[in-house]
Design a binder for this molecule. Structure first.
Ligand code: HEM
Length: 217
């Protein structure tokens, strides 16, 4: 059927994604409560100061573990392909919603791919630095210099992660149909063809006449 929708995310992928999103919000709020006295009031959401301090690292580890499952599902689709470089050079046309001269891309666009690897890097830094500053269990194995450096890196990675997620949400809302894909799983054929043509061809095995060079993405 020509207008049959295409499955972009199955139920496991969607559940996994939204679990990470919920854990991210909890980790961010509890982290901010511990970051500055002006934000300490946020600790009420977690049962007060001591509970926030106990819970924050466990929430963080849980977020990391579920994020790792997401990475295992999606890393292959986030490798850069030949067309990505040209797509990035034509980003002004993408922003103006023009299709002329914009090469077809795979399941994710180069912006999404850059974001994906940035998220992974931030998560790794957060986990490693978080272990070093986890007073209750691990800090005694590290010197004060390492603890200070880890504290700095932890705050820096959290800052970059929060900014990246703001961009991620903005981009998801900007491309109409994306949030619905992550909520319900399906996208229309027109959506797939317009935004991710190489992926569209791959899942439908259609080869439009104006095909341009590009490997699987
Ligand atoms: C809190 C609100 C969030 C919203 C509204 C949101 C929205 C979305 C949407 C709409 C997509 C589908 C994009 C597409 O199919 O083209 C997506 C994909 C994805 N999201 Fe989120 N997201 C949120 C939080 C997060 C968080 C906290 C993380 C991880 C730290 C995350 C990681 C991902 C990843 C890895 C993908 C697949 C894209 C790729 O592999 O490049 N999201 N998200």
């Amino acid at each position: 059927m020509k207008d049959k929708p295409i499955l972009r995310y199955n139920a496991n992928e969607r559940t996994n994604h939204w679990l990470v999103a919920i854990l991210f919000i909890m980790a961010a709020l509890s982290g901010l409560a511990l970051f500055h006295p002006a934000l300490f009031w946020l600790s009420h959401l977690f049962g007060g100061g001591p509970w926030t301090r106990i819970l924050h690292p466990f929430i963080g580890v849980l977020m990391f573990v579920f994020f790792l499952f997401l990475v295992l599902r999606f890393w292959r689709a986030n490798f850069f392909i030949a067309n990505d470089r040209l797509w990035l050079r034509r980003i002004d046309r993408v922003m103006r919603n023009e299709e002329e001269g914009v090469p077809p891309i795979g399941k994710y666009n180069p912006g999404q791919k850059l974001l994906f690897w940035t998220l992974l890097l931030c998560m790794l830094v957060l986990l490693l630095s978080g272990v070093v500053i986890w007073r209750a269990w691990f800090s005694q194995y590290f010197g004060i210099g390492s603890i200070r450096l880890a504290t700095l890196l932890h705050a820096l990675a959290a800052f970059v992660l929060v900014l990246s997620i703001i961009i991620h949400i903005y981009a998801g809302v900007w491309i109409k149909g994306s949030v619905s894909a992550m909520l319900h799983g399906w996208v229309s054929r027109a959506w797939a063809k317009k935004h991710h043509e190489l992926w569209y061809r791959e899942v439908t095995r259609e080869d439009p006449p104006d095909s341009q060079i590009g490997k699987k993405g």
